[in-house]
Structure formats: structure tokens, C-alpha cells
Design a protein. Structure first.
Length: 366
């Protein structure tokens, strides 16, 4: 049999392609291999510098309602193509094209790039490419799926995803390396589907041992975003954390967020979700006023890096409140540190995906 292929290597290649493609269900009508995504990489900027464009080096400035390119008045949007392989925006390299448009409070800069190249620029911003290969593949699949979900949702919009924590952290080609590129290539076109649509594959740093349902955090139910155990989370740094806040500073932050409350005298957890996160918290001041917040709302008031998750307890000591918690992030979907632990314990990326998104199907979209 091998001698047959020895003289006809193209036949072996065809057979291998057929075999590999048959391992995954192919979704008809999904994105082609050349599919692209529009990523908002800057917003509200007054000026920027570009190099490596088909129009040479440019300085774009917005002033008094007009836009100037290299000192000359210019209309927007301005679409730029790479002269070589990449365009440098304020010194950072990006593949694909760059579009500059007018925003409400400054310039918008949009990178239109192939989805696979986009993914390679995400990996090292969301996890480390030094992690096990199967968790890097996992990250590639969920990032691709998240991109397609949002592209479909915002198909008629100026851009599909942001490059910040409001979307997926993306920094162009500067963060690419061989491990990231190989993980993207080895999972090319693979996405998680639910009822013939890309799943909303949200993820977070650490679930604190148990993920959360989407309905508990965002009041929107997705059947595959439900609580599942994440037993390897404890291996993460700062798995357990604490934060101390003075009553006066807590009062300032609450009022700054628009809440009508004095300096708190009591914080009482009224209800928790089934996964153990704070669902309702009562805050009372010395004048008898009371407000109620969810754990996620309190995180938004104090800062997401301060209250690292809504999985916490709180106690008062004098004029101070001590928060003790576990995990990091909203808790919905995949726990990145939990996925790392699973990969280190022999789980494949396919097993990791279906554990954190139960009921979805791993699909070959292109």
C-alpha cells in the first residue's frame, strides 16, 4: 500500500485531506477560508501615524471638525492597503487593511483582516503560548467562534469586534509566535455550533471552581452557558484573594456611580446564585437608606481588578469592609486556568471545549 503512494504522493495528500475533514462535521453555508473580520483597534483618537501603506507614511489628524492627512484636508473614511506585508499604526504592525473613519469623539481605526490572522494576534494577549498545546488550540477555537458570533450579530455595523477587553484583546501581529500560529493552523476553521449558529463562547480567567450561568450574570439564557465544575482552577495564581475598603471610600465610589447612599454601615449578602456568586447584596448607610446591587454591579463600581469576581464573602471591622473571594472574571463559559489544568492532566482540546460549553458541536466551518 505504501509503495502505491510512494510514486504518487498527491494521492496520499488527497487521502489525508479526506480523512481529516471527515473527522469533523462540516456546516454548510458557513464562512469560507478567506473570511475576514473588522476589528476596532482605536477609538476617539485625535491623531495617528501610519507607515508601510500603499500611500506611504501618513500622519492623520482631526481638528475643528476636519481631517488632515500629511497636512492636507482629506475626507473620510480612508482605506489603506499594505505596501509590503503589514501596516504600522503608531508603530504597531497589523496584517490586512486599515480604515480610518470619523467617530463621535475622535477618529476610529479599523483593521480588516482574515479571521485566522486575527486569531494569531489574540493568543498571547488572552493566555500564554507557553501553556500546553491543547489549551492553546482551545483558545483558538473559542476566539474564532466568538469572532464569528459577533460578526454575524453586527454584520451591517462599521466594525464587528473591539480589540480591548470589551471584545477580545488583539494587538496585531506583534504578539504572534510559532506556537500561536501553529495552534490556529491546526484548528483552522473549527468552531463551536449550537442549533446551526456559532455559539457565544465567552470566557474568563478563573471560575473559582465553578462556572456560572449566563442568565445569572446577564439575564440572558444560553443553554450551553451553564454552571460546570472547574476543578483545576486552584492552580492559578491569586486563586483566593482579598480586598479591604474603607466605608468612606466605598461611599464615594457608590455615589460616583449614581447611587443615592451615604457611607455604608452594613453590607449584607441576601442571595447567591447556585454556583456561589453574589446575586443580591444590600448596602445600608447610617441614615437608614438602602440600595441593592448584584455582585457584578458592585464589581463595576469598585473595579473589576479590585473585586476580581462575584464569588466573595464580606465582613465589617470598624470602618473597614473586608472582601474575601475566589476566582477572576464573570465566571461564564470557559475558565482559562481551568482549561490549562485540564490540558496538563491529559484532556484534549475537544474534551475541554465540550466540558465548558455542554450541548455544542465542534464543527468545521471552512
Amino acid at each position: 500500500m505504501l509503495s502505491y503512494f510512494k510514486d504518487r504522493p498527491w494521492r496520499l495528500a488527497v487521502l489525508l485531506v479526506f480523512f481529516v475533514s471527515g473527522c469533523l462535521h462540516t456546516a454548510p453555508g458557513q464562512a469560507g477560508h478567506g473570511e475576514r473580520i473588522r476589528v476596532l483597534i482605536m477609538k476617539g483618537v485625535p491623531s495617528l501615524e501610519l507607515k508601510g501603506t500603499d500611500r506611504g507614511s501618513l500622519v492623520v489628524r482631526e481638528a475643528a471638525g476636519t481631517v488632515r492627512v500629511n497636512g492636507r484636508q482629506n475626507s473620510l473614511p480612508l482605506r489603506l492597503f499594505p505596501e509590503g506585508g503589514q501596516i504600522f499604526v503608531n508603530g504597531r504592525p497589523y496584517r490586512g487593511t486599515i480604515e480610518i473613519a470619523v467617530g463621535k469623539q475622535g477618529l476610529l481605526v479599523i483593521n480588516e483582516v482574515s479571521i485566522e490572522a486575527y486569531l494569531a494576534g489574540i493568543i498571547n494577549n488572552e493566555i500564554s503560548s507557553r501553556w500546553p498545546e491543547d489549551v492553546i488550540k482551545t483558545q483558538a477555537v473559542i476566539a474564532r467562534t466568538y469572532a464569528l458570533f459577533n460578526r454575524n450579530k453586527r454584520a451591517s455595523s462599521q466594525w464587528h469586534v473591539e480589540s480591548s477587553v470589551m471584545g477580545q484583546v488583539y494587538s496585531g501581529s506583534a504578539s504572534e509566535d510559532s506556537a500561536a500560529v501553529n495552534a490556529v493552523a491546526s484548528t483552522a476553521g473549527e468552531v463551536l455550533m449550537y442549533e446551526d449558529e456559532p455559539a457565544l463562547t465567552v470566557y474568563h480567567s478563573n471560575a473559582g471552581g465553578m462556572t456560572e450561568s449566563s442568565s445569572a450574570v446577564w439575564s440572558r439564557d444560553y443553554p450551553y452557558l451553564v454552571p460546570v465544575e472547574s476543578p483545576f482552577d486552584a492552580g492559578a495564581p491569586r486563586y483566593e484573594w482579598d480586598h479591604t475598603a474603607a466605608s468612606s471610600s466605598l461611599g464615594v465610589e457608590l455615589r460616583r456611580s449614581g447611587r443615592d447612599i451615604g457611607d455604608p454601615r452594613e453590607l449584607e449578602i441576601l442571595e447567591k446564585t447556585g454556583a456561589g456568586r453574589v446575586k443580591t447584596l444590600a448596602i445600608r448607610d447610617g441614615e437608614g437608606r438602602e440600595i441593592k446591587l448584584s455582585g457584578e454591579e458592585l464589581r463595576s463600581v469598585l473595579g473589576y481588578s479590585v473585586l476580581r469576581s462575584a464569588m466573595f464573602e464580606v465582613e465589617r471591622g470598624g470602618e473597614m469592609f473586608l472582601f474575601k473571594g475566589r476566582g477572576s472574571g464573570h465566571g461564564v463559559g470557559l475558565s482559562q486556568w481551568g482549561a490549562k489544568g485540564m490540558a496538563e492532566n491529559g484532556y484534549s482540546y475537544k474534551e475541554i471545549l465540550l466540558h465548558f460549553y455542554p450541548g455544542t458541536e465542534l464543527t468545521k466551518a471552512w
